[in-house]
Design a protein around this ligand. Structure first.
Ligand code: AMP
Length: 176
C-alpha cells in the first residue's frame, strides 16, 4: 500500500492528445479514480476546502458527480446535481451559456436549493470557466449563496478563474 503523504496526484492524471477533438489535450482522471489511495487522498484534500457553514454540494455533470458524491459521503452533506438538458425529471430552472461555437444549457431542480443554502460547487476541471460561471449564476438564481468552487484540476492558461472573481476558488492540481 502506498503512503498517502508520498502520493503526487499528478501521477494519476494522464494527457490524451486530440480528444475529443484535434488540438485539445484531455486531462484524463480515470487512473486517479481507479487507484483507491489516490481517489481517497483527493477527496480528503478537497474536504479541507469545504467551508464549515456549507450545507449543500452542487456537482456538475458528469465528472463533478463523482467527486461531489465522494465528498458528500465523507462530509455527510447533501449533493445537488446540475445536469445537461432533458435529464432531470422534476420542475427545473435552466441557464444558457456561451460556448466557443454556439450555446449550451444547464439545468437544476427548482426545489433543490433556496435562499439560506450555502453551497460549494464541485467539478473535476476548470478550463475556460464558462461551465462554472453558468452554475454559479444558476445556483444564485434559486436564492442560494455560493461559498466556494472546488476543482481537482485547473488549466491556468485558459484563465477560467477570472470568470468567477466573486467566489473563492480552489483547485488541487494546476497546469501552466
Ligand atoms: P470550461 O467550461 O471551459 O471551464 O470547461 C469545464 C468542463 O469541461 C469541465 O466539466 C471539464 O470536465 C471539461 N473539460 C474542459 N476542458 C477539459 C480538458 N482539457 N480535459 C478534461 N476535461 C475538460
Amino acid at each position: 500500500m502506498t503512503s498517502r503523504q508520498a502520493l503526487d496526484l499528478r501521477d494519476y492524471i494522464r494527457d490524451i492528445p486530440d480528444f475529443p477533438k484535434p488540438g485539445i489535450i484531455f486531462k484524463d482522471i480515470t487512473p486517479l479514480l481507479a487507484d483507491g489511495d489516490a481517489f481517497c487522498a483527493t477527496i480528503s484534500e478537497m474536504a479541507c476546502h469545504v467551508p464549515r457553514e456549507t450545507d449543500a454540494l452542487v456537482g456538475i455533470e458528469s465528472r463533478g458527480f463523482i467527486f461531489g458524491a465522494g465528498l458528500a459521503q465523507q462530509m455527510c452533506i447533501g449533493l445537488v446535481p446540475v445536469r445537461k438538458p432533458g435529464k432531470l425529471p422534476a420542475d427545473i430552472h435552466s441557464i444558457e451559456y456561451e460556448l466557443e461555437y454556439g450555446v449550451d444549457r444547464l439545468e437544476i431542480h427548482r426545489d433543490a436549493l433556496s435562499s439560506g443554502h450555502k453551497v460549494v460547487i464541485v467539478d473535476d476541471l476548470l478550463a475556460t470557466g464558462g461551465t462554472v460561471r453558468a452554475t454559479v449564476d444558476l445556483v444564485r438564481q434559486l436564492g442560494a449563496e455560493v461559498v466556494a468552487c472546488l476543482f481537482v484540476v485547473e488549466l491556468l492558461a485558459l484563465g477560467g478563474r477570472e470568470k468567477i472573481p466573486d467566489v473563492p476558488t480552489y483547485s488541487l492540481i494546476t497546469y501552466e
